[in-house]
Design a protein around this ligand. Sequence first.
Ligand code: XMP
Length: 511
Amino acid sequence: MNCQTVLILDFGGQYKELIARRVRECGVYSIIKPYSISANEIRNLSPIGIIFTGGPNSVYDISSPQCDPEIFSLGIPILGICYGMQLICHMNGGAVAPCEKSEYGAIEVTLEESSPIFKGLEQIQTALMSHTDQISVLPPEFIPLAHTDSCKIAAYSCECRKIYGVQFHPEVEISEHGIDMLHNFLYNVCKADGDYSMEDYLRSQIQAVREKVGNKRVLLGLSGGVDSSVCAALLSEAIGNNLICIYIDHGFMRKDETNEIRSIFSERKLNFSYVDAKDRFLARLSGVTDPEKKRKIIGDEFIKTFEDEAKKHGNPEYFAQGTIYPDVVESGANKSAVIKSHHNVGGLPERINFEGIVEPLSGLFKDEVRRLGMMLGLPRSLVMRQPFPGPGLAVRIIGEITKEKCDILREADAIFRYEMETYEESEVRSDQYFAVLTDTKSVGVMGDFRTYEYTIALRSVCTNDFMTCEFARLPYELLAKVSTRITGEVAHVNRVVYDITSKPPATIEWE
Ligand code: XMP
């Protein structure tokens, strides 16, 4: 990268990627390195500043992570956050001790001294505190900059050595002016030029992929979701025809979706392989009604189909995935009970002997991936797509899955989504919406005839993180129109209901 770099030293804190992202948002390129990197290696990277992350340890434990002490003599500005702040103090002659009262959550912080990192900020503000240790004695030449009710030194500086520390987390949203502080550190202390942009990120990733895979071939499972699509577009820029994208049509995609994806990707410079596996999936699901069994079967059949296709392509050497940063965090930290087995192609690298894995989006958050997708020329409809589960409509058909049921649901779902997207009242807010085919049939009347047909449930939710949600308060007129259209236009449906459950206790999908 031909731009200024800020180095983030990782001491095991959960927010390291968020810090990296905030620095990028401020227009400065950032890289994350393990805390054990030597001062010499850092010198070779010539960063304009170094940020020490937080971490779960106590600096006074013998086994706690410490950096190369020579880093403090490099003359490069340093900002320590939480553990990072305490470590700087500990390694420079100060002292850290357990708090009398630990602080967790949004706490009022009073800034006492003017400092380049607090320039232009209100004296009192809210910031996220999360610590059980705190600074008891400052090193020589360090001065306190801020306090809270129970933490006497919530920030410090040593202006002559350009070292700063904050006990709170400026990188998280609840820290009111956190991003302004990081901006101040970067521009007032590190003298950043703001010469980094998403275009640079794209260029650097393309370069990194080329260096990693050389002339070898890369296999990517393209699902048509945002992440795998952006990954495909990026890799095709990097390695062109050496990218083999396999799109497996399991028969559970939404109306017209497969055609759209085929037309978007067949125009690009890559090897797009469409696999019609509809019959294979339906055959294996015949007679299966248990939701977990369905998910497992679909995941397994996916891998089998993929293996068959990989063989047909002579088993390419590399495997690519559109893993994004929140996936990395979730899979690393997720020790909770399995609510649903999420289906992806995660089992593949072990089953097929790949030389390596390529994950060019693994440092990005969803909105950054979307921006990258737009830059790569993918259509807005694809880039802004709402989440769609890997097993597709199969987890929205309750009971046994048949072709007839898939067709019914596809039509009903298309009507609901069309009406949601074209409703003229702008106050309709929903982050995910879809139809579900329940396995309940009920009695109805059409003309002079009794009917006994399926019930469609509409699901529409408001959520930020998809971990919890509220059902969306949709206008009655909109619901009425959708109901009239579905019962009038979709054969075998005579009743439409609206799901008014939040998560928890329900989940967003029905299975
Ligand atoms: P639940 O139903 O668990 O869904 O509340 C939370 C979010 O995850 C999506 N979802 C999936 N995404 N593979 C995925 O990639 C899956 O198997 C899967 N199952 C659920 C769901 O649509 C919602 O946005």
